[in-house]
Design a protein around this ligand. Structure first.
Ligand code: PMP
Length: 283
């Protein structure tokens, strides 16, 4: 059976699913999104992701096109129709279709698109064993990246810059030389058995994976300090990793031209992954 996506109330063949050329997402990046991880056919931390979606909508003054309960129904249905075991759900809401005008058009309905994508679980495991390489680059994003908007050109350019030099992810550096976060992930380092990650502000996204890992760390009495770190701190770190809804906990083995630890997956990477997996809620 072919891949099926949801678009504005209809389930359709993925290849035929399209939005109008005057959708405001297309013209202005006037929209928000969420990515939900799927593990063994279940949605990871569904409530937290949905709540963040509603916070994003409120921040950009948009209404949800469907009621809260309907999201779970459509997401579950797509997981089932597309036979997803492990993968992700990409959900996007834009302000809708209207003749191009910066001001909000009146009486238009937001556009809702939901896409399901499958992953090979052993690909994650292979990446986890190998670890990933990080390239640092300037954080050129706007000042409200705490809102999960589809305005992603700066992180697209950052990730491409990293990729072209054989790195897997970019860590974004603010004007004071501190890491804000990854282009599409949260950044962490470990030094002398203490974990460090950037504190919440308008300059980073409040990662749902970050939240669950922090809950797990608290339960296991593992020490975390929410504090900014810079290149020098990274050089002095014993281990590093990233977190995101699709990469869970992913070890970092190199940043720019220097190796983290011995240049292989850190010895506590498994522990943090386990702590995270035990902290998540599956729906
Ligand atoms: N920061 C940024 C900029 C991101 O794009 C993401 C991934 N959506 C994250 C952090 C991690 O967030 P989450 O754990 O909710 O996927």
């Amino acid at each position: 059976m072919s891949r099926v996506s949801y678009i504005n109330g209809k389930y359709c063949d993925h290849v035929d699913a399209s939005v109008h050329i005057e959708d405001r997402g297309y013209q202005f990046a006037d929209g928000v999104y969420e990515v939900f991880g799927i593990l063994n056919k279940k949605i990871v931390d569904y409530e937290s992701h949905l709540n963040r979606l509603f916070v994003s909508l409120k921040q950009v003054k948009m209404q949800s096109p469907i009621n809260k309960k309907a999201y779970l129904f459509h997401i579950k249905r797509l997981i089932s129709i597309n036979l997803i075991n492990d993968g992700l759900i990409y959900l996007q809401i834009t302000r809708g279709v209207a003749e191009r005008d910066f001001k909000f058009p009146v009486d238009i309905k937001p556009s809702l698109v939901i896409i399901a994508k499958s992953f090979q679980k052993n690909q994650y495991e292979a990446n986890f064993s190998k670890g990933i390489k990080i390239k640092t680059t300037k954080d050129l994003r706007w000042k409200r990246v705490d809102i999960k908007t589809i305005n992603l050109l700066a992180p697209v350019l950052a990730k491409q810059h990293a990729f072209e030099q054989n790195f897997d992810e970019a860590w974004l550096i603010d004007d004071e030389g501190f890491v804000t976060e990854g282009s599409s992930s949260t950044a962490w380092i470990l030094k002398k058995n203490v974990l460090y990650t950037t504190p919440l502000s308008n300059s980073i996204l409040n990662g749902i994976t970050r939240q669950s890992l922090i809950n797990g760390l608290k339960k296991n009495k593992l020490k975390l300090i929410e504090k900014k770190f810079n290149i020098k701190d990274i050089k002095n770190s014993d281990e590093a990793f990233i977190t995101s809804a699709t990469q869970y906990v992913m070890p970092v083995i190199q940043v720019n031209n220097f190796k983290i630890g011995n240049g292989r997956k850190g010895k506590y990477a498994e522990t943090f992954k386990k702590v995270y997996m035990e902290a998540i809620k599956l729906s």
